[in-house]
Design a protein around this ligand. Structure first.
Ligand code: NAI
Ligand SMILES: Nc1nc(O)c(N)c(N[C@@H]2O[C@H](COP(=O)(O)O)[C@@H](O)[C@H]2O)n1
Length: 221
């Protein structure tokens, strides 16, 4: 599977404020770029922290991009995937609506009643890991369902985990022109942080967009 990470951060590296409310960091051009990234993927993944904070839809907005997907024989929208160890995704979350296929990757000890409620909402459950979702195992199972290209949009806990697991092939990050600040505000990679070995990136491009810059990297194996 090919894994692309995309996020938008402030000039001081924050994905949102300490209140964990969604902040508009990208401008129109960058949202259009992200829409095209989504349209190029088989699935878009976020952590349950993002679902609880933002209630995102994770669909393709541009009708022309949806038409291109149909011409390729794909559904209008990529599938949505939530990494959700304890099955906390609300059954009425927008990522579970019926415009696209939805997966929730849960841990082995996720409560049965919550898993049942998610299945009732037509979510496809993938079980992998205990303390938290085992990303390598979950992605391998998604691959058997035809998901070959995955976009991970955040938040900071899930992105750290993705880099720690070594599943990320490409990173693009829009750096906006504001300061959010706050030691408790989410950053691009939260989690425990690396201390000895750090994932190495190769800068492939730096493009000005809106009032910011998009940095595009490949990730070393
Ligand atoms: N500016 C941007 O591009 C984006 C900003 N955000 C912001 O990020 C914030 C949410 O980020 P976080 O609180 O860090 O939550 P998150 O979205 O990274 O979800 C973390 C949760 O996912 C679950 N999880 C399951 N398996 C996991 C694994 N292997 N590794 C890590 N977590 C796993 C855990 O319950 C964990 O608490 C919100 O404020 C949201 O607005 C989110 C996405 C993009
Ligand atoms: N690319 C980008 N720029 C920003 O400024 C953002 N705040 C985000 N947030 C992400 O987009 C999700 C919302 O998706 P929908 O519009 O509901 O499809 C949100 O949950 C974050 O993952 N992204």
């Amino acid at each position: 599977m090919h894994v692309v990470v995309n996020a938008a951060m402030s000039a001081d590296g924050k994905l949102s404020s300490r209140r964990r409310e969604q902040i508009r960091i990208s401008g129109h051009e960058d949202f259009a770029r992200v829409d095209a990234l989504r349209a190029d993927c088989d699935a878009v993944m976020v952590g349950v922290g993002t679902v609880l904070a933002d209630d995102p839809h994770l669909t393709v907005e541009d009708p022309d991009l949806r038409a291109e997907r149909r011409e390729r024989g794909d559904s209008d929208h990529p599938a949505r995937v939530v990494a959700d160890t304890r099955a906390r995704t609300p059954p009425d979350a927008r990522v579970l609506d019926d415009v696209a296929r939805s997966y929730v990757a849960v841990g082995e000890t996720a409560p049965d009643d919550r898993c049942g409620a998610l299945r009732d909402a037509d979510a496809h459950l993938v079980t992998a890991g205990t303390e938290r979702v085992d990303l390598a195992a979950a992605l391998a199972e998604l691959e058997t369902d035809g998901i070959d290209r995955l976009l991970i949009e955040g938040g900071g806990e899930l992105l750290f985990s993705a880099f720690e697991t070594g599943v990320v092939d490409e990173l693009s990050v829009f750096v906006g022109s504001q300061i959010i600040g706050g030691r408790d505000a989410p950053t691009l990679a939260d989690g425990e942080g690396f201390v000895d070995e750090f994932p190495e990136l190769t800068l492939a491009a730096a493009d000005r967009l809106d009032d910011g810059i998009v940095l595009s990297y490949t990730v070393a194996d």
